[in-house]
Design a protein around this ligand. Sequence first.
Ligand SMILES: [Zn+2]
Ligand SMILES: [Zn+2]
Length: 496
Amino acid sequence: MTAIGRGTTFAQHLHLLLMRYFPALLLVATPLVATAQRPKTGMMPPVIAALDAKSAHYADVAKQIWSFAELGYEEVKSSALLRRELATAGFKVDSGVAGEPTAFIASYGSGKPVIAIVGEFDALPGLSQDASPDKKPLIEGAAGHGCGHHLFGTASVASAIAVKEWMIANKIGGTLRFYGTPAEEGGSGKVYMVRDGLFDDVDAVVTWHPGDRNAASSGSTLANIGAKFRFHGISAHAAAAPDKGRSALDAVEAMDNMVNMMREHVPSDTRIHYVITNGGKAPNVVPDFAEVYYYARHNDMRVLDDIWDRITNAAKGAALGTGTTVDVDIISAVWNVLPNEYLSRLMQANLEKVGGVTYTPTDVAFAERIQKTLIGPVPPVSEAATVAPFRGFGVTSASSDMGDVSWRVPTVQLSAATWVPGTPAHSWQAVAAGGMDIGAKGMMVAAKTMTLTTMELFTDPQHVVKARAEFDKSRGPNFKYHTRLEGRKPALDYRK
Ligand SMILES: [Zn+2]
Ligand SMILES: [Zn+2]
């Protein structure tokens, strides 16, 4: 830790920082406005008061995106709204990057360092839900923000705008970018942006994810490869002329059998799951087409690569044995997240300054009703007000295209309590809290923490140097990034 010594109080540290970088502001420093997120001690920089002053505006932006609930690569209105916020704030905005119409990069400033803040905004199918503590879809079967990406995109934009205003006020050099990244949920939106070199000159990435707790040691994820295996056979009458047919469904079943036996001979922390998306139309017609959609996951892409080759061989073997042919269409491929401890500790210190989410009595009543609908033990509601201690890095069994970014650029993330403690992601309870004040307040914890962290990256060049040194060591000397999406275009219609 360089900027924030363990033995230094926040007030002392802030005073030193202000003296060093913007002494004029010491004279006009605004006292912290009493709001839902109270720091534990001391006075916060003016940039935090500025974020507090705009919290109602950002809550409105997030609520609009929550209402749009647009699926991956279809986030037309959500992307436009966030771009408008950034353009109005004076960012230069490039839209439709990496062949993705809803992806964009907003930038301000020039030269080094280049610090990027990342935001997502896609929703999930079938999770439509009212902002209510009872399960009540707004539109039956429609999409909903079960992963909180409406808060994700909005808080990241809020942070980028706050940092830009601070850079102008204090004549801070360097480049600030905001990456608007679509289709995180199964569309691998960021992978194409990484593949096309859009992150190549970035020194550090700052981001977050909605969750049910406040923590900066969120750790790694599982690498995940997803593909549709399409088998082609020959149709014939299934009773009168079965010998003339070659069943594509037989091939799917043969492949599934082989992969299910393979489970015994892969590392036990591997996850493999599939659905048969087309198994033929009628029992009396030998199916000439069948399709199975697979995901395979492991916490190390280099291990998963080998497992994936074996799954592909099972498909080829199944085709050979059943007299059919197979095409493999890789839809998604994301790396496990590479954590950066140095940056995470920096983020943790800032998260501790910002503090957690303070619930009003109305929030507590909502939270207690939500918790009654959750399965299994739940943490106390009061946990939302706390910050989890730094505890090293675990692995969550989810996957994210942030993984690919994290192997290209030193990346730091935090989780902020936008959901009632105990709420799982991708649930109606997450959609409900995300549409309430609880979600908006949690989002501002993330916006403030990212802002303080990004400011530190701009003001002390040693942070980037140290983060990079750890990054190089973690990747190893001969690391070369690759993606199985190398040769393809973004699957813009994957939700159709
Ligand atoms: Zn998700
Ligand atoms: Zn998510």
